[in-house]
Design a protein around this ligand. Structure first.
Ligand code: RIB
Ligand code: CA
Length: 317
């Protein structure tokens, strides 16, 4: 079993990743760090509490992450994409005292120390909380086994701007730090997560087989997300599961991805290219070696993706 700590800005696709993690018997979810991003930090924390409650897993610790990027600027949130509360049409009935004003970040270090060389971090929001963890305690973070990050866009366009993906654009200083300093790093960028589509018919199939409160929220939130994506990219065949795709990279799913290894930089000073992820894919470039070399997913097998998601979310082989 893989011991995973999920860092999320718990909007719609983050919630599908969390749901999958809770249902996959190969995943031992030992903690969730919830920070700002799609929504503010308090809502992200509350949404995790809600999903854990639906799953009957309130034993899993939730850790309050960052509230703004390292630049200190006010973050921009995305209610038009993830809904006002971050869960599409759902307003989670969690009382404020369970999520407001949390200051329990040291819990993260205790989880890593208690599971030395076993923890896999999967970061599917802005990189701020992850960079802060490395700044605060580099010696504890050395005990993390592997790190997976959903972010960036290589060779292809971005989604936040023409060139930048939302997670890296939201805090390019943190993203650049993580890409250049975190060892055993895998990046799952937009150019593959864009193809991790779940069509309405797959979502309906999941819904007809759902038999728990947690599974019952999948269809309403993904139907909302589908309507949003039809406005953004008319005719798109489903909803891109950016964060689920990144989580699945951390599991042993044969044939899901093809990777290349490159050194990665993120533009954090520029104007037009702010948040852009950069790696050398020129003809003749080759895999790099060494600690600062990230593995980048460049191709996803959609059939493998869908069949694994169906197996986990419908409890059927
Ligand atoms: O660009 C996609 C990413 O931005 C996803 O993690 C989504 O949840 C948003 O945070
Ligand atoms: Ca996210």
């Amino acid at each position: 079993m893989k011991k995973i700590i999920l860092f999320a800005d718990t909007g719609i696709d983050d919630s599908i990743a969390l749901t999958y993690a809770l249902k996959n018997p190969e995943v031992d979810l030992i903690g969730v760090v919830s920070g700002y991003g799609n929504i503010d930090r308090e809502k992200a924390y509350r949404n995790v509490e809600y999903l854990l409650e639906l799953a009957g897993r309130t034993d899993i610790p939730v850790i309050a992450g960052a509230t703004r990027p390292l630049s200190g600027e006010e973050p921009e949130f995305f209610p038009e994409i993830h809904g006002i509360e971050g869960l599409g049409p759902i307003d989670p009935p969690i009382p404020e005292e369970r999520y407001a004003n949390r200051t329990n970040f040291s819990k993260l270090f205790n989880l890593i120390k208690d599971n030395r060389d076993e923890v896999i971090i999967v970061n599917v929001g802005r990189c701020t909380s992850l960079a802060i963890a490395h700044y605060l305690s580099p010696e504890v973070m050395e005990d993390v086994k592997e790190t997976y990050v959903m972010g960036g866009a290589f060779i292809e366009p971005g989604n936040e701007t023409e060139v930048a993906e939302a997670n890296f654009f939201g805090d390019p200083i943190a993203a650049n730090y993580v890409c250049q300093n975190v060892v055993n790093l895998t990046i799952v960028p937009l150019n593959v997560t864009r193809d991790a589509l779940l069509s309405p018919s797959i979502v309906n199939l999941i819904d007809t087989r759902s038999d728990s409160p947690l599974e019952e929220i999948i269809k309403p939130i993904l139907d909302f997300y589908y309507e949003v994506y039809q406005q953004l990219e008319p005719g798109i065949a489903g909803t891109p599961q950016h964060d689920l795709a990144a989580l699945m990279a951390a599991l042993d799913i044969s044939g899901l991805y093809e990777y290349k290894k490159r050194e990665v930089k993120v533009e954090y000073k520029g104007n037009f290219a702010y948040g852009k992820s950069i790696a050398d894919f020129r003809p003749g470039s080759s895999n790099c070696f060494g600690p600062n070399c990230a593995r980048i997913a460049l191709k996803i097998n959609h059939d493998v993706f869908v069949s694994n998601v169906l197996e986990i979310l419908t409890n059927h082989k």
